[in-house]
Write a protein that binds this ligand. Structure first.
Ligand SMILES: Nc1ncnc2c1ncn2[C@@H]1O[C@H](COP(=O)(O)OP(=O)(O)OP(=O)(O)O)[C@@H](O)[C@H]1O
Ligand SMILES: [Mg+2]
Length: 243
C-alpha cells in the first residue's frame, strides 16, 4: 500500500520552545495509527501539522504525494483531511443538520438537497438521525461527539485525525463514541487517533507510536506495547495509564 501521509524531518517551535524534534513518520493509505504519550509531548501539534492547522518550522508533510505548503494547504485539507477535536467544536447556533451540511455546501459546492442527503446518511451511521433538527446544546457530550464524527464523514475526505475524542466525555459516554470509531475503522479511511483508550488501540490500531518530549520514542503493534515495550519512559507511561 502507498503512503497517504509522509512526515519528514518535522520540527516545530513555539517561540523558543522546541515542540517537535525531527519527527519522521509514514502512514499508509487505510492505516489506523494510534498516538500515545504524556501531556505536552507534542501529540496535538503533530496531528495539527498534518492538516497545517500548525505550520511546521522546518521539514515536510506530504499528503498523497503532494507536499503541504502555505499556498495549497486549505485546498489540500479540504480534499484530504478532517479533524475531530476533544471539545467537539460544533457551531452552537446551528442545528445538527446545519453543522453537517456547512462544509459540503460552502466548501464543496454541493446543492442543499444533496448535502442534506449525505448528512442524513452520516447521522444514520452514528445512530443520530432522530437528532438532525436539534441544537448541539440539547445533546449529551457523547452525542455531540458522534455528530462531530458524522460531520467529518460528510466531507468524505480519506483522512480523519482524532485528537483525544473521548477525553472530555463523562465515562459512561466514552464507549458509544469508541463504538462509532471502531465502525469507521473497518473502512479504508486513514486514521490517526491521539487517544489513551488502549482497548480501542488493541481493537483497531495497525500501529501505535509513543511520543515523549517532541520525539517518537517507540512504535509497534498494539500487542508489542502491551507485552514488550522497550523504552523505559514508554513502560512507565503505560504503567500509569493501564493501572
Ligand atoms: N499555540 C501554541 N503556542 C505556544 N505553545 C504551544 C502552543 N500549542 C502547544 N504549545 C506547547 O507545545 C507543547 C506540546 O503541546 P501539544 O498540545 O502538542 O501536546 P500534547 O501531547 O497534545 O499534550 P496533551 O496530552 O496535554 O494534549 C506544550 O508544551 C504546549 O504548551
Ligand atoms: Mg493534545
Amino acid at each position: 500500500m502507498s503512503d497517504m501521509i509522509q512526515i519528514k524531518g518535522l520540527n516545530k517551535y513555539f517561540g523558543d520552545l522546541h515542540v517537535l524534534k525531527d519527527v519522521n513518520l509514514n502512514v499508509k493509505a487505510g492505516e489506523k495509527l494510534v498516538v500515545i504519550g504524556p501531556s505536552g509531548s507534542g501529540k496535538s501539534t503533530l496531528i495539527r501539522c498534518v492538516d497545517f492547522l500548525e505550520e511546521p518550522t522546518s521539514g515536510e508533510v506530504i499528503i498523497d504525494g503532494t507536499p503541504l505548503t502555505k499556498k495549497n494547504h486549505l485546498e489540500m485539507a479540504r480534499k484530504y483531511s478532517s479533524m475531530v477535536f476533544q471539545q467537539f467544536n460544533l457551531y452552537p447556533n446551528m442545528t445538527v443538520l446545519g453543522n453537517l451540511t456547512l462544509a459540503p455546501i460552502k466548501l464543496q459546492k454541493k446543492s442543499k438537497e444533496e448535502a442534506n442527503k449525505i448528512a442524513m446518511a452520516a447521522l444514520e451511521r452514528v445512530g443520530l438521525a432522530a437528532k438532525a433538527g436539534e441544537y448541539p446544546q440539547n445533546l449529551s457530550g457523547g452525542q455531540q461527539q458522534r455528530v462531530a464524527i458524522a460531520r467529518a464523514l460528510c466531507t468524505k475526505q480519506p483522512i480523519i485525525l482524532f485528537d483525544e475524542p473521548t477525553s472530555a466525555l463523562d465515562p459512561e459516554m466514552v464507549q458509544e463514541v469508541l463504538d462509532v470509531m471502531v465502525e469507521l475503522a473497518h473502512e479504508n479511511i486513514t486514521m490517526i487517533c491521539v487517544t489513551h483508550e488502549m482497548g480501542f488501540a488493541r481493537q483497531v490500531a495497525d500501529r501505535v507510536v509513543f511520543m515523549d518530549d517532541g520525539q517518537i520514542l517507540e512504535e509497534g503493534t498494539p500487542d508489542h506495547f502491551f507485552e514488550n515495550p522497550e523504552n523505559p519512559r514508554c513502560r512507565e507511561f503505560l504503567d500509569k495509564i493501564l493501572h
